[in-house]
Write a protein that binds this ligand. Structure first.
Ligand code: CU
Length: 141
């Protein structure tokens, strides 16, 4: 989780990530000027339409203050879309691809729906691009 000093721009870095099933992912708020969340699109979270595999449990970091972190282990193969509660409308969203198409139980990306703003949907990287590069949108130190 990153942001400019005055908060004009905020983002997940990376916002596209490929991992193997069973990987534990850690979200760290490295933005000194804002609190953020990493929240799965799932009915358990504010009744949002599900955009993670059906076999996966819902997850929500809650608000992370600067320096705080949250971990989630992703077991079910497929595509996981998540957002930051206060900044979804600023397209602070991300996508994690767990495993590869063809893995047992694989569930591909959820289609666009009325539940997700077009700006947020458009900010989700393509699954193929994530699989090719492994990480998308990661800030270079
Ligand atoms: Cu945020």
């Amino acid at each position: 989780m990153r942001g400019t000093a005055r908060g004009e721009r905020i983002w997940f870095s990376p916002h596209g990530l490929a991992v193997a099933p069973g990987t534990t992912v850690r979200f760290v708020n490295e933005d000194a000027g804002n609190s953020h969340t990493a929240t799965a699109y799932h009915p358990d979270n504010y009744d949002r339409a599900r955009r993670i595999p059906s076999a996966a449990a819902s997850w929500d970091s809650g608000f992370l203050m600067p320096g705080e972190s949250f971990e989630v282990t992703l077991d079910a193969p497929g595509v996981y879309d998540y957002y930051c509660i206060p900044h979804e409308m600023a397209a602070m969203v991300g996508r994690i691809v767990v495993g590869r198409p063809g893995d047992p139980g694989w569930e591909g990306p959820a289609p666009a729906s009325e539940d997700i703003a077009p700006e947020a949907f458009a900010a989700l990287p393509e699954v193929g691009d994530i699989l090719v590069s492994g990480r998308i949108g990661e800030d270079k130190p």
